[in-house]
Write a protein that binds this ligand. Structure first.
Ligand SMILES: [Zn+2]
Length: 229
C-alpha cells in the first residue's frame, strides 16, 4: 500500500514540475522578438480629437519617444525599428490621448497608458496606444508634465515593439507606475512571478499533504500491527 501512495506523490511531482519549470523559463521581458513583418512601421498620432487637458507639447514627446526606439531604446530589441508618421488611421500603431483612463476608459486605478495589440500568428497587425493626460491624486487633478508623457510614451511604444515588462528598476520597461498600464491580459506579465509563486506554493502544499498522509498511514499501520495483531 505504501508503494501506491509513494507512486501517487511521485506522479504528482512529475505532473507539476514541467509546468513549474516552463513558467520560470518563460521570458517576461519579451512578448514577441519580431512583432512587425515590415518596415517602416507606420504611426498615426491623433492630435485632432484630444481631451480637455491635452497639451500641444505632448506631440513632440511622442516624436522623441519614437526616436528613442529608433536609436536603440533600452537595448533589448533584436531589431532596429524605423517609424514613419502618417496621417491615416490605417497606420500600424495608433496613438491617442484620453483625459483619464480610470474615469473615461474604465481602466484599473493607477493606469497611465496602455498598448493593445491585435495579433495574428505572433505578429502584430495593429497596436492601439492610449495615454492619459493626467490623473487624480486624492481628489486633486494633476496634469502630466512633458517628462512624464515622454516616459509613458517610451514605455507603451516598447510594448508596441514587442517588449514585455522588465524587472530592472532602471529600465524603461519596468512597470514604474505599478498597475499603470496594460489592461490587455497579453501584456500582464507582471503577474508572471505571482503565478509562479502560487504554483510553487500549491506544489509544496500538495507534497506536504501527501507526505503527511503517507506518514499517518504508516503510523496507523504500525499501531494496528502493535495492538491488533
Ligand atoms: Zn507596461
Amino acid at each position: 500500500m505504501h508503494g501506491i501512495g509513494l507512486f501517487f506523490v511521485l506522479l504528482l511531482i512529475t505532473l507539476i514540475l514541467p509546468f513549474v519549470s516552463t513558467a520560470s523559463e518563460e521570458n517576461p521581458e519579451k512578448i514577441s522578438a519580431y512583432p512587425w513583418d515590415h518596415s517602416p512601421i507606420t504611426v498615426y498620432i491623433d492630435n485632432k480629437s484630444v481631451p480637455e487637458h491635452y497639451s500641444p507639447t505632448y506631440y513632440s514627446q511622442i516624436e522623441k519617444a519614437l526616436e528613442y526606439w529608433e536609436e536603440g531604446g533600452n537595448g533589448n530589441l533584436e531589431y532596429t525599428p524605423v517609424f514613419e508618421l502618417v496621417d491615416s488611421e490605417e497606420a500600424d500603431i495608433r496613438i491617442r490621448w484620453t483625459e483619464n483612463l480610470e474615469s473615461v476608459e474604465g481602466a484599473p486605478s493607477g493606469v497611465a497608458g496602455y498598448a493593445r495589440p491585435r495579433e495574428v500568428g505572433g505578429r502584430f497587425l495593429k497596436v492601439d496606444i492610449v495615454l492619459e493626460v493626467g490623473n487624480y491624486q486624492g481628489k486633486a487633478w494633476r496634469q502630466y508634465g512633458d517628462s512624464t508623457m515622454f516616459a509613458i510614451a517610451k514605455h507603451e511604444l516598447g510594448h508596441a515593439l514587442g517588449l514585455g515588462h522588465s524587472s530592472d528598476r532602471g529600465d524603461i520597461m519596468y512597470p514604474e507606475y505599478e498597475l499603470r498600464d496594460n489592461i490587455d491580459p497579453l501584456l500582464l506579465t507582471k503577474y508572471g512571478p505571482l503565478l509562479r509563486a502560487a504554483i510553487y506554493t500549491a506544489t509544496a502544499v500538495i507534497v506536504f499533504l501527501s507526505v503527511s498522509w503517507l506518514l499517518s498511514r504508516k503510523r496507523r499501520k504500525k499501531l494496528e500491527e502493535e495492538y491488533l495483531r
